[in-house]
Design a protein around this ligand. Structure first.
Ligand code: AHR
Length: 515
């Protein structure tokens, strides 16, 4: 569908829904009470050596017939630039805990092949290593977040990798880096020590991990090029690890990691497919996504108790949807389609992160390309942008914006059987460009919401932006129809001093408010 047809389609959809827009809500944005800065890093990404997430999906190598820049697919790099990706975490995940950085440097044809035991037992020829990763982040304008190896690596490996990446002056490792093509230090902003060490990272207890963390982090170089250190954290957002770490870290750390995935039905076969699901799976997916709010509340409460001076923030460095893999896809490649439901899951997470802006300094969706809740899917030389990509793009103005309080006169509920979740989620902020932005999510797949907007401290004269919605809950982009789900232009005008926004069923709306 071209953009004109899409706009007409959306107007038709909105008109159809306006007829049923029975639920009215009054929403107030308080522009006179600015809250915390929304760290742009909550719009971060995660790229692991897993399936075709890196090899094929992003990295094709300089000799490939697929156009590339420094070996990275040009179509993917161009699309990622549009998202203003602030930070990328690499090389894992579980993969990081068996990665030896020395295998990924030097001439590519001489690098050893390793077996990716976590993810399908497939060979990894180490074509993507430290230098290639820094090329990628430079190409897309992101900061680098490299995750070290505490599971099978030694403190010496940690210290030497950091020296290789960041040391200035003269040393054997600096000379090796220069010999490999990079005389100047790389700009490493974040370094992770640990990943899911309660599970794939070594089945450790919090006490054992914390000792190891202190051991490794003690050898992190200091000085102006030193990265901020992120400590691996707990299981599914439980607070035990956050509690233990925040009381027992003795070496440098700036953040504690938290992982939580949206898994409809919380696992097993109940998680269901990525598309072709019934309404109960729509409900359980969104309900599970909203659980992130409760889990962050609990982790923030633990930090507020143990760390009132705010030495540590939380880095939600893995989040996203996890469904049954695409039928026929290779085992453990975690390939799944991405539908309108995923776009709503993403936007609900953004609202949650905005509301926890004081403590949540980073979040990294899992993962960038072809794995779990991806921005981009590829198949050979074909590439498409998912509904999640569009949700990220619509929210770019919220990066480094100042959050603003939003109140509702009532919270309409979306109910199905015995389950109920809020039908409306809203988040507002003053962007870096000085404009007021409002993001709205209607979780109800059948009913539109009539939202009247009042702004304290400003007169909202209109709203312009975009809406992401579709006729089906599982609408998605396929290689045959790569633009089936796309944002459409959206506008609302104020009449008699009142701004009314009709939020379509199952939609995400992001608007700038005219003042
Ligand atoms: O994102 C996929 C995997 O999920 C990561 O490797 C691991 O940290 C988590 O369990």
């Amino acid at each position: 569908m071209n953009s004109f047809k899409r706009a007409l389609f959306c107007i038709g959809l909105l008109a159809a829904q306006a007829a049923n827009a029975v639920t009215a809500v009054a929403l107030t944005v308080d522009a006179t009470r600015p809250g915390a800065l929304i760290n742009k890093n909550v719009y971060g990404q995660f790229a692991e050596h897993l399936g075709t997430g890196i090899y094929g999906g992003m990295w094709v190598g300089p000799e490939s017939a697929i156009p590339s820049v420094k070996g990275w697919r040009k179509d993917v790099v161009d699309a990622l630039k549009e998202l203003h990706v602030p930070v990328v975490r690499w090389p894992g995940g579980c993969f990081a805990e068996e990665y030896n950085w020395r295998d990924g440097i030097g001439p590519r044809d001489k690098r050893p092949v390793m077996v990716n035991t976590n993810w399908g037992g497939v060979p990894d020829n180490n074509a993507v290593g430290t230098h290639e990763f820094f090329d990628l982040v430079e190409l897309i304008g992101a900061d680098a977040y490299v995750n070290g190896n505490i599971g099978t690596g030694s403190p010496r490996e940690t210290a030497q990798w950091l020296e290789y990446m960041t040391a200035d002056g003269d040393s054997p490792l600096v000379r090796l880096r220069a010999q490999n093509g990079h005389a100047k230090p790389f700009k490493l902003t974040y370094f992770g020590i640990g990943n899911e060490n309660w599970g794939c990272g070594g089945n450790m207890t919090p006490a054992y991990f914390t000792n190891l963390y202190n051991h490794h982090a003690s050898f992190v170089p200091t000085g102006k090029l030193a990265p901020q250190i992120i400590a691996g954290g707990g299981l599914d957002g439980d607070t035990v690890w956050t509690d233990y770490l925040s009381r027992n870290i003795r070496a440098p750390a700036s953040a504690i990691s938290v992982h939580y995935y949206t898994v409809p039905g919380r696992g097993g076969k109940d998680k269901g497919p990525a598309t072709g699901f019934a309404e109960d799976q729509w409900m359980s997916g969104l309900k599970d996504a909203l659980h992130m709010r409760e889990l962050l509340d609990k982790n923030v409460a633990v930090l507020d108790r143990n760390d009132p001076s705010k030495r540590y923030t939380l880095a939600v460095d893995e989040w996203g949807t996890w469904y049954e893999p695409t039928p026929g896809s290779p085992a453990r490649f975690l390939q799944q389609q991405n539908s309108l439901r995923d776009a709503l899951v993403a936007a609900l997470h953004f609202h949650t992160f905005h509301d926890h802006a004081e403590r949540v300094s980073m979040a990294n969706i899992a993962q960038m390309v072809n794995v779990l809740q991806a921005m981009i899917l590829t198949d050979g030389k074909a590439m498409l942008l998912t509904p999640t990509y569009h949700a990220f793009r619509m929210h770019v103005p919220f990066q480094d914006a100042t959050s603003l309080p939003v109140t509702l006169d009532r919270q309409p509920q979306y109910t199905l059987g015995g389950a109920a979740i809020p039908a409306l989620s809203a988040s507002a902020a003053r962007g870096k460009d000085g404009k007021l932005y409002l993001s709205l999510v209607n979780t109800d797949p059948k009913e539109a919401l009539a939202v009247s907007v009042l702004v304290n401290g400003a007169a909202a004269t209109g709203a312009t932006g975009s809406v992401l919605t579709a006729l089906a809950m599982d609408a998605h982009n396929s290689f045959a129809s790569p633009k089936a789900v796309m944002p459409a232009l959206f506008a609302a005008r104020a009449e008699h001093g009142k701004l009314s926004i009709s939020v379509p069923a199952k939609s995400v709306v992001v608007v700038a408010l005219g003042e």
